[in-house]
Write a protein that binds this ligand. Structure first.
Ligand code: BGC
Length: 350
């Protein structure tokens, strides 16, 4: 196993470093101290050939706008908050409306543009890089000075683990996610239509016109039924109202048997490479986003442009707008209480 450090580039006058984690199987993944962004995940396919399955831009300047949030960590809050108003312990906080009257991904002061501290570590068959950042009280519109850490670990079972940790001096929201786009046929292969997906969720949150959850509905009998493997494009352009609103799959799945423990949530397999990715999490929800709005204006790292639905995201999370919606498990972080949450992406051959 090894950890290699290299210069990634200059971002607004800051020198950005890349941390490459490699395991004993030759699998590797690279992260930069600009927002902890993931720039590559390279795994072996069924023929022993190495394939990079993570979409990323070629040029560091593209990360200023980072259309689509490629490879990004979203913090403090992932997904949408209705009317850009967050009710935190009885106080209403006005956020920026950056998405059809809602706040999306804590923008526009996005976490992926922040320069982070980094520490690497090695031992027990694992290599890690941990990034940390101190949010200031009211930064992004949220209360609390919050110490936030995101630790990426690679082990020899080809598992990429993400451990998020936070502690704040005021009640606040803590709902981070990983917004990496995957294409298990190769990051610049084209559409994701050769992937089959199985989601361990009998229910999903159906949404209103601006993608705020309305109710928790059964997937059975709908295009959202991924309880058995089906192709990602099966139903993706269905004429039903839910698919029209999401412009394809862009919905939160309510994971089965949530109890806060770490469980398998999603399985994905790609036809050509045979690469399988299993996603585990201790969180209650998973946004399956099929890259419907992916329309990058900048070239990908191979020099090719990525296409609409050229990658998919599996974003573990508390349900969208859960901070305001008493029906859902709350993403509230109480003052002085440390909270940790874990998600992992495990690669194998189907
Ligand atoms: C959301 C999409 C949004 C995308 C932007 C996803 O997490 O679910 O609606 O277009 O992020 O990056």
């Amino acid at each position: 196993m090894k950890i290699e450090k290299s210069k990634y580039g200059i971002f607004k006058g800051n020198e950005i470093t890349a941390y490459k984690l490699t395991n004993d199987n030759g699998m590797y993944a690279t992260f930069i101290n600009l927002g902890g962004i993931n720039t590559e995940i390279v795994v072996k396919d069924k023929n022993g050939k190495f394939v990079d399955v993570a979409l990323q831009y070629k040029d560091i300047d593209a990360l200023d706008e980072n259309i689509g949030n490629l490879g990004a960590i979203v913090a403090r809050n992932a997904n949408r908050i209705a009317n850009a108003l967050a009710n935190i312990s009885g106080v209403e906080y006005k956020l920026v409306d950056n998405n059809n009257s809602n706040n999306l991904h804590s923008g526009p002061d996005l976490f992926h543009k922040k320069v982070l501290d980094a520490v690497t570590s090695e031992g027990n068959g694992e290599v890690s890089v941990e990034f940390s950042y101190k949010f200031k009280d009211m930064e992004q519109g949220f209360p609390g000075n919050m110490d936030f850490k995101i630790k990426y670990t690679l082990n020899n079972t080809n598992e990429l683990k993400l451990r998020y940790e936070a502690i704040s001096d005021k009640d606040t929201i803590f709902n981070p996610t990983f917004h990496g786009y995957f294409n298990l046929a190769g990051h610049d292969y084209g559409t994701i239509y050769s992937h089959k997906i199985k989601i361990h969720a009998d229910n999903y949150t159906s949404v209103n016109e601006v993608l705020i959850p309305e109710s928790v509905d059964k997937v059975r009998g709908t295009v959202f039924d991924f309880t058995n493997f089906k192709y990602m494009n099966d139903g993706i352009d269905d004429p039903c109202e839910q698919i029209k609103r999401g412009k394809g799959f862009d919905h939160n799945f309510a994971l089965n048997d949530y109890d806060g423990t770490f469980k398998k949530a999603v399985e994905v397999v790609e036809d050509n490479t045979g690469i399988k990715m299993d996603v585990y999490t201790d969180l209650p929800g998973m946004q399956f986003y099929a890259g419907n709005a992916l329309n990058p204006k900048c070239v990908g790292k191979s020099g090719k442009m990525y296409v609409k639905r050229g990658g998919f995201c599996l974003e573990s999370q508390y349900f969208p707008n859960a901070i305001n919606d008493g029906r859902f498990i709350s993403p509230l972080l109480k003052a002085g209480v440390k909270k940790v949450t874990n998600t992992s992406y495990r690669f194998s051959i189907a």
